[in-house]
Design a protein around this ligand. Structure first.
Ligand code: PMT
Length: 403
């Protein structure tokens, strides 16, 4: 989003207030946001709200002499990298589908060559109305993009389809439209989070993995055009939009889920912190407290990544290594032992690295002996750097294979 020019069009629906949150998220992501409001939208939210959040004047008039001189609707349309319409009413969508450009927003949308993403919000019956459907179909055919509304309680009292999608989902679709599709055609499996190994119905062995690193990779791979399957241990993160998600608890469940999809994958990224051991026995009832010490015998879990390494074929296999020192010795050894193409090593004792934080500090070790030390960065940014290296290595690998 950094320095991308985003035009956010707000039309007249009760969900207009949610567009304010979207402006905040876009600005936080580094975008330069210009808001255009229709007349009806101004009945729901004041332009001042959007002006304050975007840091730019809000545009409302098609023929504003000063604006026309300085910026004008055509200039706004030309400068845009992306146009978002949030919320998009049935009326506005109908106007667009019919080529009516009678206000600043409709004119800008018609005049832009940037991708246009519409987030409809309306009453359920309106959303299901065949006239609306035809209009949406027509716009889809002409290359407009839609974020489907959510289902839930609507402001009009109805319950059903038509609720404006969450701003985080709209933002994800916006990212998606702005991203280079350099992973198109790839099927990427990401594992994330911890596994839990039960001792009894209320206790388990696990670790501090939050899933943040793996979820960031799944989101970024999807944005870059891959079909993504995310096998995830128990975490409290929102499921990434547009990704196939398989939820598991134990290492054995993760193994099963991974083996089921592995044959059709082209890239596998194993971020999950799989428990190496599990209790030999799981008590069917709660283990009672007693005066004598409790001894739990742990037995080894299967090493999922090592299993994949044995039958990896043409697939590109990426492991992570959680180390507490000796990274330079341990990580390349894991790369060899598990037959990987790349291993991402983090020293989880360093501040800002490893488990449960939003940032990471990693060194990449490649199969050909190269290594690359990266500095502290956000997990979202790091996900893109890792994918950049995977895209480059895949290109070289395929070039070699094709002679
Ligand atoms: O989830 P976050 O809070 O964002 O934290 C991110 C992270 C610290 C979990 C991540 O950056 C990380 O280091 N993941 C790997 C954790 C780990 O299990 O490391 P390892 O060195 O024990 O295992 C090496 C590789 O083998 C890993 O890819 C792991 O998924 C895999 N493995 C390990 C054991 C096992 N039984 N099966 C496996 O597949």
């Amino acid at each position: 989003m950094k320095d991308k020019v985003v035009i956010l069009g707000v039309t007249g629906g009760i969900a207009a207030y949610k567009a304010a949150e979207l402006v905040r998220l876009l600005v936080k992501g580094g975008a330069r946001v210009h808001v255009i409001m229709t007349k009806a939208a101004q009945h729901f939210v004041s332009p001042l709200t959007f002006q304050t959040l975007s840091g730019n004047p809000v545009h409302t008039e098609l023929f504003n002499l000063i604006e026309e001189q300085e910026i004008g609707h055509i200039s706004l349309a030309e400068r845009a990298d992306l146009v978002l319409i949030v919320p998009a009413t049935a009326n506005f969508i109908g106007k667009l589908a019919s080529g009516i450009a009678d206000d600043l927003l409709a004119t800008t949308v018609m005049a832009t060559r940037a991708p246009v993403l519409l987030a409809p919000a309306m009453n359920t019956a309106m959303y299901q109305n065949p006239v609306y459907r035809e209009n949406q179909e027509k716009l889809l055919r002409h290359g407009y993009h839609f974020v489907p509304p959510a289902t839930g309680m609507l402001a009009c009292g109805w319950e059903g389809e038509g609720k404006l999608q969450e701003p985080s989902v709209i933002l994800e679709e916006a990212f998606n439209l702005l991203s280079l599709k350099d992973l198109k055609g790839e099927k990427v499996l990401v594992t994330a989070g911890p596994t839990r190994e039960e001792l009894d119905p209320i206790r388990f062995f696990s670790n501090y993995s939050s899933g943040k690193m793996g979820y960031a990779l799944a989101r970024a791979a999807r944005r870059r055009g891959a079909e993504v399957t995310l096998v995830t241990g128990p975490v409290s993160l929102e499921a990434p939009w547009g990704v196939d998600i398989v939820r598991v608890t134990s290492a054995y469940e993760m193994l099963d889920a991974v083996l089921r999809v592995f044959p059709e994958m082209t890239v596998v990224i194993k971020t999950a912190a799989v428990a190496d051991y599990r209790p030999e026995e799981r008590s069917p009832g709660k283990i009672k407290k007693s005066e004598t010490p409790l001894t739990v015998r742990l037995v080894k879990n299967p090493d999922i990544l090592a299993e994949l390494g044995k039958t990896k074929g043409n697939r590109f296999l990426v492991g992570f290594a959680a180390e507490t020192g000796e990274i330079g010795a341990n990580a390349p050894q894991k790369l060899q032992q598990k037959n990987l193409d790349l291993i991402v090593a983090n020293d989880v004792t360093r501040a800002g690295a490893g488990f449960a934080v939003d940032t990471n500090i990693v060194t990449l070790y490649f199969k050909d002996g190269r290594s690359e030390e990266l500095s502290l960065m956000g997990k979202d940014e790091l996900a893109d750097v890792i994918l950049d290296r995977i895209v480059a290595a895949l290109g070289q690998k395929r070039e070699k294979e094709n002679g």
